[in-house]
Design a protein around this ligand. Structure first.
Ligand code: 5RP
Length: 233
């Protein structure tokens, strides 16, 4: 890859992904995030493995799992892990309280399981993802296909307007065989935790893209070529 030709935002993602790969230590069980920033992390980690680093990994999506396997990263059976040392994942928005929207790639449920299973959860973003308050990016909600129209009606009755996610004119299906309903908020979101709890109370809602009280470290790739390491927080 000729990196000098990359747009500044892609260079920022690459730099922060590579910097995060340096956080991984010998013997760790590592969670691999999903998305374009996480891809750079996975490539950089695979390079360290080829240079002799011994680790095992679990992926937050089939996409990341296939990439890691192709690159030769040793993978743990995804049904047998319990605690991970470190997970590195991307995000769609991060506010000043380190509350996060994730799931732009549809991997929110596995991402949250790995986040809660990890001693350290490192989030890697380019600087455009930092916001004062969450809400410009639609909040993905994973819903069961069974009764999905009814679940969406219940969501809409509570004021959560959105759209079911489509891919090639078909419903997008997650790695867990569910659908995604992307909620659009008209205003900045004030009570993230309250909204998350309310959404989870609706049967048919499997997971939300709100992540809070989870970040150990936020690493930000800036457009002027720096990696700013905020934390541990
Ligand atoms: C996937 C995610 C991604 O981490 C998030 O969408 C950020 O992606 P990118 O690094 O491509 O901007 O949550 O479900």
């Amino acid at each position: 890859m000729i990196t000098s030709d990359l747009p500044p935002i892609v260079k920022a993602k690459k730099r922060v992904g590579e910097a995060a790969a340096q956080q991984v230590k010998e013997g760790m069980v590592v969670g691999l995030g999903t998305g374009s920033t996480a891809v750079f992390f996975i490539h950089a980690l695979a390079l360290r493995c080829r240079e002799g680093l011994k680790i095992t990994a679990v992926a937050t999506s089939l996409q990341s799992q296939f990439l890691a396997q192709q690159l030769g990263i040793p993978m743990v059976q995804s049904d047998s892990f319990t605690t991970l040392d470190l997970t590195v994942d991307g995000a769609d928005e991060v506010d000043e309280l380190f509350q996060i929207i994730k799931g732009g790639g549809g991997a929110l449920m596995r991402e949250k399981i790995l986040a809660q299973s990890s001693r350290e959860w490192v989030v890697i973003i380019d600087e455009t993802k930092r916001v004062k308050a969450l809400g410009q990016f639609p909040v993905p909600v994973e819903i069961s296909p069974f009764g999905y129209a009814s679940t969406i009606e219940r969501l809409q009755q509570r004021g959560y307007q959105g759209k079911i996610r489509m891919e090639n004119h078909l419903f997008f299906v997650t790695d867990n065989q569910n659908y995604i309903y992307d909620i659009t908020f008209p205003d900045p979101i004030v009570d993230v935790q309250g909204k998350d709890i309310e959404l989870r109370q609706i049967s048919g809602v499997v997971e939300t893209g709100f992540f809070y009280n989870k970040v150990s470290r936020l690493m930000v790739g800036t457009l002027d070529g720096q990696v700013v390491d905020i934390g541990p927080v």
